[in-house]
Design a protein around this ligand. Sequence first.
Ligand SMILES: N[C@@H](CCC(=O)N[C@@H](CS)C(=O)NCC(=O)O)C(=O)O
Length: 207
Amino acid sequence: MALAHKGLEAETIPWRFTDTEAIAFSGQDKVPVLVDGDSEVHDSWAIAQYLEKKVPAQPLFEGAQARSLAFVLKTWVESTLHGPILRTVILDLFNALHEKDREYFRESREKRFGKPLEEVGGDPKKAAADLRTALLPVRQQLVQEPYVCGQDPGFADYILFGAFQWARAVSPQRLLEPDDPVYAWRERLLDLHGGLARNAKGYEVWS
Ligand SMILES: N[C@@H](CCC(=O)N[C@@H](CS)C(=O)NCC(=O)O)C(=O)O
C-alpha cells in the first residue's frame, strides 16, 4: 500500500515461512524485504522511512509529529490487535499453509503461546469480539474522518489495514460488523489505489 501510495511499481515475490534462503541476503528471516537496485531494506517501518526519503512527494507522514504518532499506532497495532486477530484466524491460517511450512508454524507458535494451536484458536468468535473492543480508539477517529490520518490516508492507515489484509488472506472469519465505522474504513482501503488490496488473493470480507 505504501508503494502504491507513492506511485511506485514493484514486483512481488510469493514467499513461505520456510523459504529462509530466499531472504538470507537481508541477514534476517522475516518479510517484508524491499529490494531497490543495490539497496535492501527490511521491516515495514524501515521500508516506510526509506520510501519517504526516496520519494518525498505524496507523503506517508505529514511532518515529524505525524511520524511519531504513526509509530505509536504501529506499536499499538502489533501489541494489542495482532493477538486477537491471530487468535481469530490461526486455525484457518494453519490449514491454508503449504505442507512444508506446517511443522515450523505449529512448533514456533505453540512455543510462543505456550499451548496447542487448537487452544489458541479455540474461540474465534470471542477473539473477534476482543478485537472489536480493542478498536475503540480507531473507531472514535473514524466516526469523525474517513481515515486514521484524517481526510487522506497515510502510513498509519496502511499499518492498521495490513493486519486486516493478513487476516483476509487466510481466513473467512468475520472480524468486523457491517455497521462499524471501521468496516466502512476497511472498504475504503480495499478500494484504494485501483482496488489493489481487494484484487489481492483472499476471502471476501463478510457483509
Ligand atoms: N516488525 C516487522 C515484523 C516482521 C514479521 O514478523 N513478519 C512476519 C510476516 S508479516 C514474518 O516474516 N514471519 C516469519 C516467521 O514467523 O518465521 C515488520 O513490521 O516488518
